[in-house]
Ligand binder design. Structure first.
Ligand SMILES: O=C(O)C1=C[C@@H](OP(=O)(O)O)[C@@H](O)[C@H](O)C1
Ligand SMILES: C=C(OP(=O)(O)O)C(=O)O
Length: 450
């Protein structure tokens, strides 16, 4: 198991208005995919705006272990000299994906149809997460896997020497599973078909097309049917990674709940498969506007302006929207605490198998800070107390989960008493500049317990 850094307790205390420009880092999903697809091309892929968080850096190391040449050119610019589809070498050592579900699942897919063997591990959080959801469909290609009980890491994957293409209906709404199957399909002859009943983030499909693969997507009664022709020669590209809407969520939500705030978060991708939180916040009465709406690299992009929103109200979040805001429920539950009335979130059982059981982690921490939370296997509900009435005052367990740690830091910015987390170190997996960025806006975030 990979080691975990020394715990870093952090405390957030109510602050004056947040103001200024919050330039959040590059999109984590697109950063992982840029490195992996770059490694599967012949030639040099250049990447600008890569997220230099631990999750993505672990994927960069993994691509090197499989034979690609990955170079940090400085300033968020990276170069990947790929080995081509089917060109991965067998790694000498164990592949450590740290805290990253996306990293391990996509990399397993990308090597699963090459005649090589690799062993994967991660930190205590990742080693507790389910991998059968990926190894089951990979077995259809002819891939073998041996892991711990319950399909957990550490796990060894024996790539299929003579892969066959597959047709697979993804049983859970998961872009990681969909992507693992598509990446495995790259080195299988013929057409691999993946069907998803609910649309999940579509970066893999878009990027595969951008890298020159033959891929089509059709909306049918069964759902989205994605057809990929195997064994293409992927074309090395330049990828300009847009800023991450999942990171933008934190300064946006903080501005909505801290009185007097006015924060601009520029250049955020509003791909409909990612932007569900912003729609939800607007339905709750958030003063959140899109400025300078434009298209960049084929994706809708806008500058988000978030202002203190005195009249937030609880709503029922449509379950059909869950996939488009799956990583944003923890911070949404914090905003819901400052709204009037109940916010009901249904169709969210996937939250229980993230870096932590996110419903459990948030419910425990919110309750300790004076907020009523009800929950069931697939739903939870937060009863808001309105602005000025959220007690705070507790230390919450972040459970090796960056989104939990950051969400409680946002809670402390507007609660009556300071809010602490036992360990903020996981924040570096996705948003390494969270602390200085929030401080520059005016937040009072410090290292140590209250
Ligand atoms: O494909 C991706 O980049 C991701 C997919 C989602 O996970 P699931 O596929 O498990 O829903 C999301 O939670 C994760 O942060 C990133
Ligand atoms: C769920 C997340 O990431 P991953 O699954 O890649 O660990 C996340 O970033 O919120």
């Amino acid at each position: 198991m990979s080691s975990h850094a020394t715990p870093v307790p952090m405390t957030s205390t109510a602050c004056g208005p947040l103001s200024g420009v919050a330039e959040v880092p590059g999109d984590k999903s697109i950063s992982h995919r840029s490195l992996i697809l770059g490694a599967m091309c012949i030639g040099e892929t250049t990447i600008s705006g890569l997220l230099e968080g631990d999750d993505v850096l672990d994927t960069a190391k993994a691509m090197q272990a499989f034979g690609a040449e990955v170079t940090n050119m400085g300033g968020g610019n990276w170069s990947v000299r790929g080995v081509g589809v089917g060109g991965f070498a067998e790694p000498d050592g164990v592949i450590d994906c740290g805290n990253s579900g996306t990293g391990v699942r996509l990399i397993m897919g990308s090597m699963a149809t090459s005649p090589i063997t690799a062993t994967f591990t991660g930190d205590a959080s990742l080693n507790g997460r389910p991998m059968a959801r990926v190894t089951d469909p990979l077995a259809l290609f002819g891939t073998q896997s041996v892991g711990r009980k319950g399909g957990r890491l550490p796990m060894t994957i024996v790539g299929a020497a003579d892969p066959v293409p597959v047709r697979y209906t993804v049983p859970v709404p998961s872009a990681q599973v969909k992507s693992a199957v598509l990446l495995a399909g790259l080195n299988a002859p013929g057409k691999t078909v993946v069907i998803e009943a609910e649309a999940t983030r579509d970066h893999t499909e878009r990027m595969l097309a951008g890298f020159g693969a033959e891929i089509s997507v059709e909306d049918t009664d069964e759902g989205r049917v994605i057809t990929l022709t195997g064994q293409p020669e992927l074309q090395a590209q330049h990828v300009d990674v847009p800023r991450d809407p999942s990171s933008a969520a934190f300064p946006v939500c903080a501005a909505l709940i801290v009185p007097g705030s006015d924060v601009l978060v520029p250049g955020i991708g509003l791909n409909p498969t990612r932007a569900g939180l912003f729609t939800t916040l607007r339905e709750m009465g958030a003063n959140l506007t899109y400025e300078n709406e434009r298209t960049e690299g084929g994706e809708p992009v806008a500058d988000l302006r978030a202002k203190f929103s005195p009249d937030l109200k609880g709503i029922e979040v449509p379950p059909a929207r869950a996939a488009s805001m799956i990583d944003e429920y923890p911070v949404l539950s914090v905003v819901a605490a400052f709204a009037q009335g109940q916010t009901m979130m249904r169709g969210v059982k996937e939250l229980r198998v993230k870096e932590s059981d996110r419903i459990d982690a948030m419910a425990k921490g919110l309750r300790a800070n004076g907020i009523e939370v009800d929950e069931g296997p697939d739903w939870w509900a937060v009863t808001g107390r309105g602005h000025g009435n959220v007690p705070g005052g507790a230390t919450c367990a972040s459970q090796l989960d960056h989104r939990i740690a950051m969400s409680f830091m946002i809670l402390g910015m507007a609660a009556t008493s300071p809010v602490s987390v036992d360990d903020g170190s996981p924040i570096t997996t996705s948003f390494p500049i969270f602390e200085p960025l929030m401080k520059r806006l005016g937040a009072d975030v410090t290292r140590g317990d209250a």
